[in-house]
Design a protein around this ligand. Sequence first.
Ligand SMILES: [Zn+2]
Length: 237
Amino acid sequence: MGNDLSRLILLQKLDVEIRQLQDEVTSLPVRQEELERQFAVAVTEYLDLKSELENAQTDKRELETKIEEEQQRHQKFKNDLMKSTNEREYTTAVREIDVARKVISQLETETLKLMEQIEKLESSLAEKTPAMELERQQVDRQLAGLRERTVDAEARLVELRSNRPGLYDLLSKEARSNYDRLSRMKSGLALAEARSHSCRGCRMSIRPQVFNDIRRAESIIMCENCGRILYYDDEAE
Ligand SMILES: [Zn+2]
């Protein structure tokens, strides 16, 4: 029985570590996402400027297309003017040429304003780029660290899982079924340490006689309150 208890202590330690490692491995995508989210917050200003620049560039391209269309109109009326055979055609062409010129001039003014805006945005962005790149490098390093630790955790998991049967199979049938049952009921913690005359699992105090029995570790003793298997740890006490 004494052997069972020391094996149970080891088994619980092993199972606790397996669970922690599993959590570490499965939470990787969430932690990666969180890092990316923090990065996006840290460089919000930079990203805002970048999208502002992209919008301005799109607007500029649209203006350029409009100018081209207007120039074609302008050219068409110039041709009309040359081909005009009467006063009415002549007047219309002159009027339309004038309208097209004004529109082109307006569009060109808008384009100039946009180009100034684009220039300003580009220089602001260039100013903020080094800080943003530094931030990115830090995030990349953190991501690499996360992946590395996950690879280590996976390797350790394989090792622990392969060790587990060797320990579990040495337990008596009774100890095994007690452990499995309690482990299911107590979120994986079938054992609790008895320290300073109380159960560390539920804080219930333990009678001195029972506490002495636990210290002797000659039999499996369960907490009268929470039902966990109690053990005594010299070093912890
Ligand atoms: Zn208890």
